[in-house]
Design a protein around this ligand. Structure first.
Ligand SMILES: Cc1cc2nc3c(=O)[nH]c(=O)nc-3n(C[C@H](O)[C@H](O)[C@H](O)COP(=O)(O)O)c2cc1C
Length: 236
């Protein structure tokens, strides 16, 4: 029950902070201010071990991590867009890069590109937590998307992520179902979807590059408009 019997605690703390507590950093800082005048002997949290000798170290760490997150998200004029994809032969990855190029033409959009197959799931969830919008790319394989995308769905927490914006794209050969399957799942997970998808047959060559950049620009415009609307009407 006590912290000295939990040597792996710090690792678990970081994971739990990144995926659960981070969005509540402002509340954590207020709570820390409240307990500062108290004469504390031990802390018995609702989850995890009882802190005896290490409680100050954990409270200080929570304060530092919360301050870092508050600082990162303080400038609401900058929108974080996560573009994450899976690509068997590289075409969907090329699409992701071209869409990102188009997005860069919009000011105040901060883009992070991640391959779902190579990023550890905990890191991917941390990226989801700090993003305002998530764009998911996948080829169509056997009229479906691929397992890593279903793993991504499992990381989305509608309670935490419901106000985020989402979209989908992907390369295909003939039927091209994957982007719509992704959009439908993200809608069911309560994200606000950009209904327009970018689907390209096989290789997104030069003539398709302009269309992908244009898609990136339109997605960025949608993100900007939705985020501005949200800051004017925070209840929506
Ligand atoms: C085993 C296999 C199954 C596929 N099934 C479909 C399919 O059902 N519908 C479709 O439109 N394309 C299908 N494709 C074609 C891929 O979607 C296409 O090759 C795509 O360009 C791959 O994108 P990537 O380079 O991002 O992996 C299939 C390809 C393979 C290898």
């Amino acid at each position: 029950m006590f912290n000295d019997f939990s040597p792996e605690y710090l690792e678990s703390f970081r994971y739990y902070f990144d995926i659960i507590l981070k969005p509540f950093s402002r509340f954590a800082l207020k709570a820390i201010e409240k307990i500062k005048p108290l004469d504390i002997a031990i802390i018995c949290p609702g989850h995890g071990p009882i802190h005896k000798d290490n409680w100050k170290q954990i409270v200080d760490l929570t304060e530092r991590e919360s301050e870092a997150y508050v600082k990162l998200t303080a400038d609401r004029s900058v929108k974080n867009v996560l573009i994450t994809y899976v690509s068997a032969y590289g075409y969907t990855r090329l699409m992701a890069e071209q869409i990102a190029d188009g997005m860069r033409e919009t000011e105040n959009i901060n883009i992070t590109l991640k391959d779902i197959e190579t990023i550890p799931m905990g890191e991917l969830e941390s990226e989801i937590v700090i993003s305002d919008a998530i764009l998911v790319g996948s080829p169509t394989i056997n009229q479906n998307t691929l397992l890593p995308v279903y793993k991504l769905f499992s990381l989305i927490n509608p309670l935490r992520d419901k106000s985020k914006i989402a979209g989908a794209f992907g390369s295909y050969g003939w039927s091209g179902e994957a982007p719509r399957i992704i959009i439908d799942n993200l809608r069911n997970l309560k994200l606000k979807v950009f209904e327009d998808t970018a689907a390209m047959k096989f290789f997104p060559g030069d003539e398709k590059s302009l269309a992908l950049k244009d898609y990136g620009k339109r997605f960025a415009a949608f993100v900007t408009a939705q985020c501005d609307d949200k800051s004017k009407n925070p209840g929506n």
